[in-house]
Write a protein that binds this ligand. Structure first.
Ligand SMILES: Cc1cc2nc3c(=O)[nH]c(=O)nc-3n(C[C@H](O)[C@H](O)[C@H](O)COP(=O)(O)OP(=O)(O)OC[C@H]3O[C@@H](n4cnc5c(N)ncnc54)[C@H](O)[C@@H]3O)c2cc1C
Length: 456
């Protein structure tokens, strides 16, 4: 009977971070991956945020496989036929990059190799089909007919976590609590990318395009990222809503490609790759379901994902590291029961993970519960600007910009208690001003009429 201290299932960002950290601590670890190579089956758009990775692998510059250093971020907000842009530059970060575009196939293979180099046993082409239990406690995994035993099993096997399900920690799959992402990688010569996106060799940009489907879907996020000689175009929507409204996301992607704003960037490109994957909503799983006897969940398997930003790689890696800290404690106590593994929550709480999960849950609730509400706050802001640009000062229909911003976007940003007090005051003040103006106008016109009569 083969037995080790820890089996990590899944060599994505969460699993490799966990295995790397465990191996550095000298804890025997097997990292099991179903793909022939790590990353083969994995999908991101993919902007790689560097803060956590730099801390974990300070010598990353030697061989990290990346595409372009992201020096500009554009947020384009679609409102009907109109688009508003917010652009920010990171040129001060050229020598100390904070984000790169990358491909999961290359990144995951690189990251898993770091875990292997640190001492983890990486076994690929192995799909975990079941857990082995003894009196309810997880003591190993089944890979087809083979059995592998361990003191603790970490489920880092992504959204459809079989570890989470077989351990009884995940009991429901709610389509409202996940997003589908559909992505195309489109080949374009580097010089064409440089010219169209106004970047230079090695430097790139990411565009977040919001509310492309405004009015049709509550969440219409799309992304366009520059790679070395290709661009990645993705579109996202909540699975529950796609089902409810019978919308096919690949059709929406085809339509998006025809939009003049997008078309100008991708014209003449050729399709290299088509990918689709589910992203879970953060807070999908209750914290007390992240651990059990002999088992922990991290990364997407545990719903440890930032719903609002759509970023998962840094959060999933961080949770993998905290799972490793928990296992280190369990090894020292020689106790792998839920009572000890519960410390996972304490370790997560030394990071921003639990706060992030809480906020993500709130954001997810607002998407599920209120289609036309918070999800569209960015479009609301853009609408307010629209009114500003389209102001017709010759008509009487004047909308002060800041009042509009407050009344539209304020419902998202201002806490409800303050809103209940401030909104009637703001509305009352605006009504008072309008009424006073109306009375003044009436008095003025009466005066002019009287003056005309008097003069004649
Ligand atoms: C379209 C899209 C775009 C995204 N863009 C970004 C982005 O730009 N930046 C960002 O930070 N995040 C992004 N994300 C989120 C990010 O991809 C995920 O949050 C992250 O990959 C989760 O990491 P993970 O290690 O938990 O799971 P995964 O990356 O899903 O890895 C799980 C691993 O487990 C393996 N596995 C699964 N089941 C088994 C099994 N039974 N046995 C053995 N192995 C198994 C899989 O093959 C895989 O390697 C995006 C997601 C999507 C879908």
């Amino acid at each position: 009977m083969e037995k080790t201290t820890c089996i990590v299932v899944g060599a994505g960002p969460a699993g490799s971070a966990c295995a790397l950290s465990l191996s550095r601590k000298g804890i025997d670890t097997i990292l099991l991956e179903r793909g022939r190579t790590p990353g083969e089956k994995n999908v991101s758009s993919f902007v790689l945020f560097m803060t956590e990775l730099k801390r974990l692998i300070p010598e990353w510059e030697e061989d990290l496989p990346v595409e372009r250093n992201v020096v500009r971020t554009d947020q384009a907000i679609f409102t009907g036929n109109d688009i508003k842009m917010i652009t920010s530059y990171n040129y001060d970060k050229i020598d100390d990059p904070i984000t790169f575009t990358a491909f999961r196939r290359r990144f995951d293979a690189w990251f898993a190799k770091k875990a292997k180099d640190a001492g983890a046993e990486l076994i690929t082409g192995m799909t975990v089909t079941d857990l082995i239990k003894d009196k309810g406690r997880v003591i190993g995994v089944r890979v087809g007919d083979e059995e592998l035993y361990a003191d603790v099993v970490v489920g880092a096997d992504g959204y459809y976590s079989s570890v989470g399900e077989k351990a009884g920690l995940i009991t429901e799959w709610d389509p409202a609590r996940c997003t589908l992402g559909v992505k195309e990688v489109l080949d374009l010569p580097p010089e064409v990318i440089n010219e169209r996106f106004q970047v230079s060799d090695g430097l790139g940009c990411e565009m977040g395009l919001w509310h492309y489907n405004y009015g049709k879907l509550s969440f219409g996020g799309t992304t366009l990222y520059t790679n070395t000689d290709s661009v990645s175009l993705g579109i996202f929507a909540r699975v529950g809503e796609l089902k409810e409204k019978n919308v096919k996301l690949h059709d929406e992607l085809d339509k998006l490609k025809q939009h003049p704003f997008i078309h100008n960037f991708i014209e003449g490109s050729t399709l290299r790759e088509y990918q689709a994957h589910i992203i879970s909503h953060g807070g999908r799983i209750k914290p007390e379901n992240l651990y059990g006897d002999g088992v922990l969940l991290c990364g997407e398997a545990g719903g440890l994902m930032d719903t609002a930003s759509g970023m998962g790689v840094p959060t999933c890696m961080t949770s993998g590291l905290m799972a490793a800290e928990t296992i280190d404690l369990a090894v020292k106590k020689n106790d792998f029961s839920a009572g000890t593994l519960k410390n996972y929550l304490k370790f997560l709480d030394t990071t921003s993970m639990l706060d992030m999960v809480h906020e993500s849950k709130r954001y997810s609730d607002s998407l599920v519960g209120n289609n036309a509400g918070r999800a569209n706050y960015m479009a609301d802001i853009a609408d307010s600007y629209n009114n500003y640009w389209n102001a017709d000062y010759m008509s009487k229909d004047y909308h002060p910009l800041f009042l509009n911003l407050y009344l539209k976007a304020g419902k998202f940003f201002v806490p409800s208690l303050i809103r209940w007090i401030v909104t009637p005051i703001v509305k009352g003040f605006s009504l008072y001003k309008k009424t006073v103006e109306k009375i003044k106008r009436k008095i003025r016109s009466r005066f002019y009429e009287w003056k005309k009569q008097y003069d004649s």
